[in-house]
Write a protein that binds this ligand. Structure first.
Ligand SMILES: [Zn+2]
Ligand SMILES: [Zn+2]
Length: 483
């Protein structure tokens, strides 16, 4: 489910609709280009009601007539904006567990069936896109906003909405919402937790937002036992006949005054290089922007551009041909396993025996994790490539930016924070599941981030593939999106 966000151009005030996945957009009226800010926070949106109070009452009256409740009259009508949580993310789950294996052994006279327990590990990844009520104290008869074709675009929350209706405060906070969403996906996986030795989960590309949805609460006079009805403020559907006697009271008493609504909404900054003032290259989903003019690289953080350190890896000698530069987040890490602090490649080999090639000229170099910054699909390939680069621990030679011919740099889609979130998952990908020692280390391991550099690796453009001459990693061209 992808929405558009209705906004006003910060430059010329024209009404615009921007796809919600875009970090960058261009105003079609004044040609200004902007970067969206605030996407790392919980953004608040609302949906305006499509019905008036009167129209909602007419719906209720028609419904009452149809069910032959002719004495009933809709009276007091309240428009309430009810909060929903929305979570979009990729859910990574890595589990080591005990698997029951059925074995059959045959002799001349008899067949034996035995059940043995074996170590196993499983890596799962699942797209999440869920909405659920953020208020658990009341039931308005709407469980989710998913698959609602009426919803095309969202509006940025405006505190003046309180002039129009009552804002219901959420009773489920963000941390609890995340927990609920996670347990929901667990039951979907059908994971047998009792057999799990240990597991790690991560939410990547997480976007948690709140959407206020319009609902009419209508008091009904003249029928015993029926006191209120609720009407969907978008579709006009009567949602909940019957017992919600206290809904009006609830909505009125819990009414949030304007100043109390924590309205974190989107902001916009001009999409220009802070150093030289030139427009940055327009790639709507890109997270790191390399200025074509002065070669400075930028990442939006807390409403302004922060400088990103980046390196280009020197292509190895004698490799001619066409090159593309693919970005990886190079994370310098320390892994603490109890008192044992792993800071270099040598130490990494001690906690991950057999996982590496044995020969190495410089085992004392710093330990790095490599996470693809570019968009590679399917997501399993992303994890495999990260694991391969990290296993290899390439010794790299940094090229001078000015020494390289005009280079093609692929866009960066992974945020540096997500790159670090992936570190433990990558580590677990490298753990041989039958090796108890390596598994025990991994279970206790805590990864500390010491530094992050965006590192572009040269890949050969080799017919259908891109190949890394250093690690031998390769992937299909069509599995990568450049911009
Ligand atoms: Zn404009
Ligand atoms: Zn510049």
């Amino acid at each position: 489910m992808r929405f558009e966000i209705d906004i006003k151009c910060p430059q010329c005030n024209a009404a615009l609709s921007v796809p919600e996945d875009n970090y960058i957009f261009k105003c079609g009226f004044c040609d200004s280009t902007f970067h969206v800010t605030g996407t790392n926070e919980v953004l608040i949106y609302y949906l305006p009601a499509k019905l008036t109070r009167k129209e909602a009452r007419i719906k209720v009256r028609a419904g009452l007539m149809k069910s032959k409740k002719t004495s009933a009259r809709p009276s007091k009508t309240l428009l309430a904006y009810v909060p929903f949580w929305r979570l979009r993310a990729m859910f990574f789950d890595f589990a080591f567990f005990l698997e029951q294996i059925q074995k059959i052994q045959e002799t001349k006279s008899k067949t034996y069936r035995t059940t043995e327990v074996e170590d196993a590990k499983e890596f799962r990844v699942q797209d999440m896109d869920v909405t659920f009520p953020a208020d658990e104290s009341s039931d308005f008869g709407l469980k989710s906003l998913s698959y609602r074709t009426e919803i095309k675009s969202l509006r940025l929350f405006d505190p003046r909405l309180t002039d129009d209706g009552a804002i219901l405060p959420p009773t489920i906070n963000a941390a609890k919402a995340l927990k609920m969403a996670r347990s929901g996906i667990y039951s979907k996986f059908g994971l047998k937790l009792e057999h799990t030795a240990f597991s790690e989960q991560r939410l990547i590309s997480k976007v948690l937002s709140m959407i206020y949805y319009p609902i009419f609460v209508i008091k009904v006079d003249g029928i015993k036992g029926l006191t209120t009805l609720t009407v969907d403020g978008l579709s006009g559907r009567i949602m909940r006949p019957g017992s919600a006697a206290d809904l009006i009271e609830l909505a009125e008493t819990n009414f949030v005054p304007e100043r109390k609504v924590a309205a974190k909404t989107m902001g916009f900054i001009l999409f220009r290089c802070p150093d030289c003032g030139w427009d940055l290259p327009y790639m709507p989903y890109n997270r790191v922007h390399v200025c074509e003019e002065c070669k400075a690289a930028w990442y939006e953080k807390k409403g302004s551009f922060s400088r990103v350190r980046y390196d280009l890896v020197s292509p190895s000698d004698g490799c001619g041909g066409k090159l593309v530069f693919m970005p990886f987040w190079r994370l310098v890490v320390q892994i603490d396993v109890g008192d044992f602090k792993v800071k270099d490649v040598k130490g990494f080999r001690q906690i991950l025996p057999y996982a590496f090639p044995l020969k190495d000229e410089n085992p004392d170099r710093e330990l790095c994790f490599y996470v693809p910054g570019f968009n590679i699909k399917p997501i399993k390939n992303f994890n495999e490539l990260a694991a391969r680069m990290t296993r290899f621990q390439p010794g790299i030679k940094i090229a001078k930016k000015e020494d390289l011919p005009k280079t093609r740099l692929a866009g960066v889609f992974t945020s540096p924070d997500d790159a670090f979130r992936m570190a433990k998952i990558i580590y677990l990908s490298l753990v041989p599941y039958k090796n108890k020692r390596a598994r025990d280390y991994a279970e206790k391991a805590k990864i500390k981030l010491l530094g992050t550099t965006l590192t572009y690796f040269p890949f050969f453009d080799d017919r259908m593939y891109f190949r890394d001459p250093i690690t031998g990693a390769f992937f299909q061209k069509k599995s990568v999106a450049f911009e």
